[in-house]
Structure formats: C-alpha cells, structure tokens
Design a protein around this ligand. Structure first.
Ligand code: UD1
Length: 315
C-alpha cells in the first residue's frame, strides 16, 4: 500500500470509474476531490467506505493544497466540461478549467507528487483537414472550453520543465459509458441518446448528424489513465487517449434503434456553435509509449452503457 492516489473530479462519471479501477489495484489509498457541481456522490456509493472524500472546489487553492498534501499520484479530471456551456457561461468554466488546474498543479509541485495525469481534450485540435488527428498537429481551439483545456496542457508541460513536476496530459476523445449524467442540456450526446432511446422519445441532433466522433468507452480511458501514471520516460508529454475509431451521430442513432428494435426518427436542428466536425484519434504514440490497448468495440461499449441506463433509469 505504498501509493496515495488522489482523483480530482472523482465523483464524475469518468473519475468514479477511475476510482474503482484504482481500488481494484489494491496497492494504495484512494482519495477524491469533488465539489459536486457536475459530479454526484451517488457515483461513489458502493465504494464510499474505501475512499477519503474531500468536498473541495479546485478554485479554492488552500483547500485544494490541503487535500493534495501526502498524495503520490494525482489524476486531475475536475473540470466544467461542455463546449456549449463554455460559450453560454464562460467565466466559471475559465475559472475552474484554467485557474483550478493551476491550483492543482501548484499544490502537486509543492507536495512533491510523483506524477500528475491531466484530462486534456480532443477539442484542442479543432477542425483538421487530415484524419486521424496526430499529436504533432498545431492546435486550433474553436471554443472557450477547447482553449481552456489546451492551456491546462501547456501548464502541465511547463510545470514539468520549470518545477520538476512529472505530468502527462491525455487528450480524451468523447468519453461515454455508465454514470454519464443525461440530465443537463450540456450532457454528452450519447447519454442523451440513451435517455431518449429508453424513454422512447426522439433525440435532438444538431446539424445534419454526419459529424463524427471517436467515442471512447470509459473503462478504456480509466485503464489508460493509470498506465500514464506509471509509464517511464513520458513526463511533460501529451497523448491522444481515443479509441481510434470514428462514428457519425446518424450511424450511432441507427445502431441504437436496431439494438432496441424501435423506430424513433431524430429531430434535426441547426448546428451548434463551437462544434468540431470530425474527431478521430491517432493512437500510435499512446500505444507505443503508454501501452494503450482499448478493449471495447463501439457496439460492446454501447450495449454495456445501455444496460446500465436501463437498470438505473428503471426502464
Ligand atoms: C467535446 C470534446 C470532448 C470533450 C467534451 C467535453 C470534441 C471533438 N470533443 O465534445 O473530447 O470530452 O467536449 O464536454 O471537441 N449533439 C447533438 N444533440 C445533442 C447533444 C449534442 O446532436 O443533444 C451533437 C453536438 O452538436 C456534437 C456531438 O453531438 O456535434 C457531440 O457533442 P457532445 O457530446 O456535447 O461532445 P463534444 O462537444 O463533441
């Protein structure tokens, strides 16, 4: 039990899956920082007795530093996600995603944390002529959210070079899976599709539905995040954490209707501001340096996710 893991945003859907994966390793203590703004305590219910929970907002530098002191590995997932939310209400997302990230990194440097793994975002790429998207491509953020997450990456690399803090930034690519909260208009599209499917209503699709995403199953992301905490020779670097596939919204909605044997035509509306058209990860570097090995096909991930929503929504 030599490691002391700390997950910021540990009550979120990705964070709470990571907490479970860390507990399964049985090689250290696990603590969580979360302000429960988008995370939910219910996501941690059955593991609550095995973790330390800090109800802390990363905008509070002193409280964040207190919670981080003693940690050996920090997984920084806390954020206000959502591209449209960062356009509708840019101040909180700026403060959490940039100032909060700075507070976390500063506390980690002072606490002499061995390594920080940061949840960066594929949105940093913006639109590219060439797919899949490679880490060497010049970033072109199209939204405040994308710019904020990119700034976090830059801060990670600077904390490595200037303060000797080992960091690894992973650009997540549209993560989906159990516990993703479908209750907000800013929720991830697949959680909204699941809710629509099980409630037998039509989902909204913004634009023509031919935009594509490299949807990545949450357990694959959690596994990669842990690999990034231990891989040698990667401090200060950034990697794509996608699955390497690419699916359009129309394709996914068709597939879900087929799985559930229903016909529910989507309602199409205007495209969303700040939206990226296509997204697909080149996973070469993550495979080579981190041992990335995604286990879940799109269909398998969707089936597992659907099973979870069916049980949790009582549908
Ligand atoms: C972006 C990032 C992703 C990040 C996420 C955080 C890209 C390519 N991806 O996701 O890595 O984790 O922000 O929030 O930038 N849509 C509908 N109907 C809906 C909701 C959404 O059609 O009801 C559409 C959106 O317009 C978009 C797609 O579905 O084209 C995906 O949207 P969303 O799930 O919000 O994620 P991104 O903005 O792609």
């Amino acid at each position: 039990m030599s490691n002391a893991y700390l997950v910021t945003g540990g009550a979120g859907f990705i964070g709470s899956m990571l907490v479970r994966a860390l507990l399964e390793r049985n090689d250290g203590t696990v603590a969580v920082i979360d302000n429960l703004l988008t995370g939910r305590e219910a996501n941690l219910t059955e593991v609550a007795g095995r973790i330390v929970f800090h109800r802390t907002d990363i905008r509070d530098a002193a409280a964040t530093a207190r919670a981080i002191s003693g940690a050996t590995h920090v997984f920084h997932l806390a954020a206000i996600p959502s591209v449209p939310r960062s356009i509708d209400d840019p101040v909180p997302s700026h403060e959490v995603n940039i100032d909060g990230t700075f507070n976390v990194l500063r506390a980690c440097a002072e606490a002499k944390v061995k390594r920080v793994v940061y949840a960066a975002s594929s949105s940093a790429y913006g639109d590219t002529l060439v797919l899949p998207k490679v880490e060497t491509k010049m970033p072109q953020p199209k939204s405040p959210y994308a710019a904020q997450k990119l700034m976090g990456e830059y801060y990670c690399s600077v904390f490595t070079s200037c303060f000797g803090l080992e960091t690894v930034a992973l650009r997540f690519f549209n993560v989906y899976g159990p516990r993703q909260d479908p209750s907000s208009p800013y929720s991830g599209v697949l959680s909204l599709f699941m809710k629509a499917l099980l409630g037998r209503t039509s989902p909204a699709i913004f634009g023509d539905g031919e935009q594509s995403r490299d949807f990545t199953y949450v357990e694959d992301v959690a596994a990669l995040v842990i690999k990034a905490a231990f891989a040698p020779g990667v401090a200060g670097k950034m990697y794509n954490a996608g699955n390497g596939g690419r699916y359009t919204l129309n394709f996914i909605w068709e597939l879900l209707q087929r799985i559930e044997a229903v016909t529910l035509p989507a309602k199409y509306g205007p495209p969303r501001a700040g939206d990226v058209r296509d997204s697909q990860a080149d996973t070469t570097l993550a495979v080579r340096d981190l041992g990335h090995a995604p286990q879940f096909t799109m269909e398998e991930g969707l089936r597992r996710t659907l099973d979870w929503y069916r049980a949790s929504l009582g549908a």
